[in-house]
Design a protein around this ligand. Structure first.
Ligand SMILES: C[S@@+](CC[C@H](N)C(=O)[O-])C[C@H]1O[C@@H](n2cnc3c(N)ncnc32)[C@H](O)[C@@H]1O
Length: 345
């Protein structure tokens, strides 16, 4: 059985941040009307699986087709049992990448443990190189944390890692229509900081999202984004970036609102998405989730990764393009490049 699949594992729902554009929605909205639709995420975390169930599943990763586990949420590093899931995933021989808001990295016991466990990559979210703008786009729930703390977390991890190669440290930036310049501004900040990799990714909102009109790229925004991506890939930097084909995919994704085919789609073949309630989907796309026939619905509850992912096609034929599709490439095909030893390009 080839070991070539990536799990994007949304382990826990709560998060100390309240980003209004987050895939998980906002607590305020959900307190008034808790989501009931299939696959809809919520920071309310009413259906998150208990630790014992997660642990039992993580134990079955050994000998399974899962090559890489990308642990996200919600915020995975605010929940201490996440460290045990990481440990089991590493013991199973998987590459482990953590997606974090960066605040837990300011706690030395967390950074030390990530290093000791041999975590391969830590991707930290920052949506603007400007502190005030970032804290407007990514407000913390308490108002007590923000940009400066995220940078302190990144610095703490880089310092604690010292001369060791691992974990590789990256910045992820959600690019919104009003601020194409963040693509290169953030690259410069990341490079100055000694970060290893950088991924700007297009915002992905459903057309009924209240911020869709304000934040989602329109056709007239495409030239400025294309110009920024061109500069990003043209400027000398020691940052690892996704393959240059990613820039073409980014531009193509924001150039259309339409549905369409996703050539060589790896969702359900080399990528699976696990929600905090244990549901397993081909990918996080709400369109794909809605289109999953009920007899194909799966859960990690009581499941064994060796059988759960045994029967997969080499590639899936998907006609349900969404802007989120482009965000999946860095998790799967581009990840080896992002985690590589730092070399000047
Ligand atoms: C949902 S967060 C979870 C991990 C962690 N709490 C964090 O803040 O990075 C994972 C990534 O998704 C991004 N993200 C959230 N909502 C998004 C959206 N609507 N479009 C594109 N990316 C989004 C975040 O900025 C972050 O980089």
């Amino acid at each position: 059985m080839p070991r070539d699949a990536t799990l994007l594992w949304g382990l826990r729902s709560p998060c100390a941040f309240a980003c209004p554009h987050c895939y998980f929605g906002t607590i305020e909205e959900h307190q008034q009307a808790p989501p009931t639709e299939l696959g809809v995420l919520s920071h309310l975390s009413r259906t998150d699986l208990p630790f014992q169930v997660l642990k039992a599943f993580a134990r079955t990763l050994v000998g399974s087709p899962i090559e890489r586990v990308v642990i996200a949420g919600g915020e995975p590093l605010d929940w201490p049992p996440t460290l045990e899931v990481i440990e089991l995933s590493k013991e199973a021989g998987c590459q482990v990448v953590i997606a974090t808001n960066g605040i837990p990295l300011t706690r030395p016991q967390v950074t030390q443990r990530l290093i000791a466990l041999g975590v391969d990559g830590v991707s930290i979210s920052l949506d603007s190189a400007d502190a005030q703008t970032n804290d407007r786009l990514r407000p913390s729930r308490s108002g007590r944390f923000g940009y400066d703390d995220v940078l302190s977390g990144i610095r703490a991890l880089l310092n604690a890692r010292g001369d060791q190669n691992r974990p590789r440290v990256g910045i992820y930036t959600v690019v919104m229509r009003e601020r194409p310049q963040e693509i290169t501004d953030m690259a410069r900040l990341a490079d100055q900081f000694g970060v290893d990799y950088y991924v700007p990714q297009p915002i992905s909102l459903t057309p009924d999202h209240k911020l869709f009109t304000e934040l989602t790229h329109r056709r007239e925004d495409v030239p400025a984004v294309a110009e920024q991506l061109h500069r990003l890939y043209g400027e000398p930097t020691s940052l690892a970036l996704p393959d240059p084909s990613y820039a073409r995919r980014f531009v193509a994704a924001i150039s259309t609102q339409e549905s369409g085919n996703v050539p060589d789609c790896f969702g359900g073949a080399r990528l699976f998405f696990i929600q905090p309630d244990g549901s397993v989907w081909d990918c996080p796309s709400d369109r794909r989730i809605a289109a999953t026939p009920s007899e194909q619905r799966r859960s990690i509850r009581g499941a064994d990764a060796r059988t759960l992912f045994a029967d997969r096609p080499a590639c899936t034929n998907c006609s349900l393009f969404s802007r989120d599709c482009v965000n999946m490439w860095p998790l799967v095909l581009d990840m080896p490049q992002l985690l590589n030893t730092r070399t000047p390009r």
